[in-house]
Design a protein around this ligand. Structure first.
Ligand code: GTP
Ligand code: MG
Length: 208
């Protein structure tokens, strides 16, 4: 699998702030896109790829690596300015009930209240697809918000390199059939899906 030619060029990407409560984050002065999904699905890795910055976002093989809401500012060569928000992963079994509910409160509070939030990329492992947690998340995102503005939901199937070039199409089809929407296949290892995801993000925040 060869790395696709990169067209969307990121000229600036930097960590802005992290907080466990969305009210402690700096006010959103630009549109924001958040990345949600179960622990270890590859949210932080995807963000490094998307921002073209190796190691800007901390990643780990141990679930529960990202423990707060982390905001990054991104500027593209054509002047597009936006924030990316790396959310802590959910669904990690080795957590107490209290920790799980605090986690959920942090993520849901952000999603419900954050002004400027225009799109949420919901990440699923291409080999697992959409499960109960993702259905709940999508229902939540379609529900009422305190901040104004509709949220575009972008389904991303991660780690497509794991199923091989021949396995990618059938695996994505299984995810699509179960989810009812077509996912974007993505790999932080090969860069597969980079341009397609950027195109969806642009469309979500700019309408083009
Ligand atoms: P939490 O912060 O715990 O919620 O996890 P996360 O969703 O941010 O996952 P992270 O990006 O830290 O990646 C988890 C593990 O999966 C790491 O070991 C990554 O190297 C690996 N990984 C992430 N993306 C890919 C991918 O596209 N392909 C492969 N093969 N491995 C990946
Ligand atoms: Mg993470």
């Amino acid at each position: 699998m060869s790395k696709p030619e990169i067209q969307t060029r990121v000229v600036h990407a930097a960590f802005v702030a992290g907080a466990v409560d969305s009210l402690q984050l700096p006010p959103p002065t630009v549109v924001e896109v958040a990345f949600a999904g179960r622990s270890n699905v590859g949210k932080s890795s995807l963000l490094n790829t998307l921002m073209q910055r190796k190691g800007l976002v901390r990643t780990s093989n141990t679930p529960g690596c990202t423990r707060q809401l982390n905001v990054f500012e991104v500027r593209c060569a054509d002047g597009l300015n936006l924030n990316f928000v790396d959310l802590p992963g959910y669904g990690w079994a080795k957590r107490s009930k209290a920790e799980k509910s605090q986690w959920q409160g942090m993520i849901e509070g952000y999603l419900r209240r954050r002004a400027g939030l225009r799109a949420v990329a919901v990440l699923v492992d291409v080999r697992r697809g959409v499960e109960e947690e993702e259905r709940q998340l999508v229902d939540f995102l379609r529900g009422p918000r305190e901040a104004s503005g509709a949220i575009e939901i972008i389904l991303v199937a991660t780690k497509v390199d794991k199923v091989g070039a021949a396995g990618k199409k059938p695996a994505l089809e299984v995810v699509r059939a179960k989810a009812g929407v077509k996912p974007i296949g993505f790999s932080a290892v090969t860069g597969d899906g980079y341009e397609e995801l950027w195109a969806r993000i642009r469309w979500a925040v700019l309408g083009k």
